[in-house]
Design a protein around this ligand. Sequence first.
Ligand SMILES: Nc1nc2c(c(=O)[nH]1)N[C@H]1C(S)=C(S)[C@@H](COP(=O)(O)OP(=O)(O)OC[C@H]3O[C@@H](n4cnc5c(=O)[nH]c(N)nc54)[C@H](O)[C@@H]3O)O[C@H]1N2
Ligand SMILES: Nc1nc2c(c(=O)[nH]1)N[C@H]1C(S)=C(S)[C@@H](COP(=O)(O)OP(=O)(O)OC[C@H]3O[C@@H](n4cnc5c(=O)[nH]c(N)nc54)[C@H](O)[C@@H]3O)O[C@H]1N2
Ligand SMILES: [Mo]
Length: 821
Amino acid sequence: MGRKDRIAEPWGTRTPYGPGETWPVRVDTHLADGVTPDEVDRWVRSASLLHSNGDAMDIAVKDGRIVGVRGRADDRVNHGRLGPKDLFGWQANASADRLTRPLIRQDGRLVACDWDTAMSRITGRTQELLDEQGPSAIGFYTTGQLFAEEYYTLGVIARGGIGTNHVDGNTRLCTATAAAALKESFGCDGQPGSYTDIDHADVIALFGHNMAETQSVLWSRILDRLAGPRPPAVICVDPRMTPVARAATVHLAPLPGTNVALMNGLLHEILANGWIDRDYIDAHVVGFEELSRRVGEYPPERTAEICGVPAAQIREAARVLGGARRLLSTVLQGFYQSHQATAAAVQVNNLHLVRGMLGEPGCGVLQMNGQPTAQNTRECGADGDLPGFRNWANDAHVEELARLWNVDPLQIPHYGPPTHAMQMMRYVEDGSIRMLWVSGTNPAVSLPELRRTRALLSQDRLFLVVQDIFLTETAQLADVVLPAATWGEKTGTFTNADRTVHLSEKAVEPPGEARPDLDIFLDYARRLDLCDKDGEPLVKWDDPESAFEAWKECSRGRPCDYTGITYAKLRERGGIQWPCDDEHPDGTERLYTGGAFLSDPSYCESYGRDLITGAPLEPAEYRAMNPSGKAVVKAAAYVPPHEKPSRDHPFALTTGRTLFHFHTRTKTARAPQLQAAAPEVWVECSARDAAARELAEGDLVEVTTPRGSVRARLRVSGIRDGVLFLPFHYGYWDTDTGYEPGDHGRAANELTLTDWDPASKQPIFKTAAAALRRVEADPRPSAAPTNTASAPVTGDLAPTRGGPDAQADEELTRPLEADAR
Ligand SMILES: Nc1nc2c(c(=O)[nH]1)N[C@H]1C(S)=C(S)[C@@H](COP(=O)(O)OP(=O)(O)OC[C@H]3O[C@@H](n4cnc5c(=O)[nH]c(N)nc54)[C@H](O)[C@@H]3O)O[C@H]1N2
Ligand SMILES: Nc1nc2c(c(=O)[nH]1)N[C@H]1C(S)=C(S)[C@@H](COP(=O)(O)OP(=O)(O)OC[C@H]3O[C@@H](n4cnc5c(=O)[nH]c(N)nc54)[C@H](O)[C@@H]3O)O[C@H]1N2
Ligand SMILES: [Mo]
């Protein structure tokens, strides 16, 4: 048993292993000060809700309170390990400022009330709007952080009961491109790969994915391979010197927004050198000829010019990718939050298709999720998809749903694609959506262009319901605020980025009158008296397990088949990967083995879209292109970002995350170790750019785009020249100052633009043109972490440490090979 400061050493002790071996177990535990493991009353099964990795853990309960967490040794995902957010984030649950009672707006102010008053106000307004305007007046904007049971219930209520097409999640901001790219290439959502591919791969490529900070336990798995015999080569594509870049064999640092050109350049080399699997292509792929033609236009020199990356590096990366025997690729926001998001992400799928590397150990693509339960939002139809990966443009699929719910098919809107979140906000702005129910997301900080977002959410004519656990920036604008119970206080299932389903059980009572999101949705359905064709209640379940059973029926026969999973099995076995049915009772590790795709026209989830315009393909077009259910290779030309650096705004601004915070920090700012590690906003620029402007580490600077400005202190980091980076975690909420959306805000989204990828509709958070100027010199360094992508490159700064409160135990169940050697 060892102890480590897990703020100073986020990835913990190395447990090296070799190709094809099993990742060793290391059980991480953190308990509140003074509590020992034998004083814990109960350990309650759960998994992490602070990222998409699905780290399995037990929640320690003592005297009815959460007192810590311990990784689960027997779970396929983490083999006992936990990351810093897992270890310390649970403390937010017991924060004194949790919402404990519903609030309603009265004479302009939010005042506490009882549940009956709050819910009557919501159902009253719903009924009025249905009578006046019909279902299109009502929108639901949910999240990637509730449970499957809750999304499915919300999906049934919104689509089958209210009958509105305006249902989406913040998953639009997060994983819409993952879903879109999978649909384009494979006809259907669902990750081909598995985390165990890390155990087998000889090359691992991370495209716009800072895994070290955003799936830190998965990164530990890679670090352990890198520390073991015959380590894999790592390719990193990221404009910043992230921990991934530092560990990489080849680091390509393209200008933000040039991913499609880069991918075309890499594919150019792979095709030109014949590093392809011709037999696989002939048997399983359509569209190869067009790809060949298209990437022919991107020789290394031209690509180098567009991306600002040396041609030799492009050749070197292509050689590594082309020489891989077992290639694992991961893709995330550096690709997804871009103007050509789907086009870029699809090229990664293409890389695997032309190399015939899918469905075998070590050969996988992870079009990653970000949020812990985003996969479920997509599966259950609480976003712009129909439940069970059904195709809105296929009448037979809609009829199947209607039969299942016992409603008329016409009740389920499918006249066009489900409305995406950015369009919903436009409807709110225009006044055609008049009631918006926001659950588990904080759009007043996380949507782009905050000045506009605030204005549209605070309109008098909008009836805004916010269901959260804190009085967030968004809740402050609401007409009704509903206090939710969260992780640890309610039961349900969720699915991580490699299709692993976990059960998370209730460990403690929620504070005050807070209620599980499921109970709130069920209450709404009952009060509205939503019925099926026979006058029976539309929603026929009343607790998590019965909701899960209903969802299982909806998933039957679909790619995400859950019918072989039960709560009992999840308790007994831990994480299980879908599809899990009679045929695959233990779940399924990899999809698409042997080129068996799910893209048949009658079965597929989507007929795809034009990658440049986003126009949906007609069923007949799809049938003509892909009559026999193969994988689709789709080519795309590079299009420059809409807002490019100019004389007035010479920098490319990109935004993203740091290891220690989660999103708008409602949880991590309330966990002292995490908050102390990254207490305030900063902005990163390169040493050369700083020198050219005579700026120094720690100076107070202002970053300006045509939409606003942010003040932050400067971190001179390893970011590429010409690029600025802002973490987006810092809203205008502050424990000291209250809610003050100032002119000189600190939220990155004061600066971002209202624009999105044409195919996935995911908004663009990673490219904008910005100016930078000094407001005030400051001899102190900025407070940015030093052991992450924001590591300083100037001066001798005090390293990020957690101190005595940040110690966690590590239990290694077998001797380290490194020690044995
Ligand atoms: N610590 C932490 N972990 C998290 C979260 C969190 O808030 N904090 N959130 C979770 C969620 S919801 C998500 S979606 C994931 C996100 O996980 P990631 O996608 O890994 O995180 P980001 O920091 O948004 O972006 C990743 C990288 O993209 C790079 N990048 C920016 N522009 C470009 C570009 O044009 N091209 C390329 N190739 N790269 C570019 C950035 O430099 C950044 O390092 O993390 C999940 N895990
Ligand atoms: N500039 C910029 N903007 C971005 C991004 C970026 O990289 N750059 N990334 C985007 C991405 S990928 C994402 S995922 C979004 C995230 O953006 P948000 O979803 O807005 O961020 P969170 O802070 O996670 O908000 C979740 C809310 O749910 C509440 N909550 C937590 N648990 C529960 C629960 O059990 N029930 C209920 N009802 N509420 C709960 C939390 O208190 C919090 O207010 O931000 C997006 N915005
Ligand atoms: Mo996300």
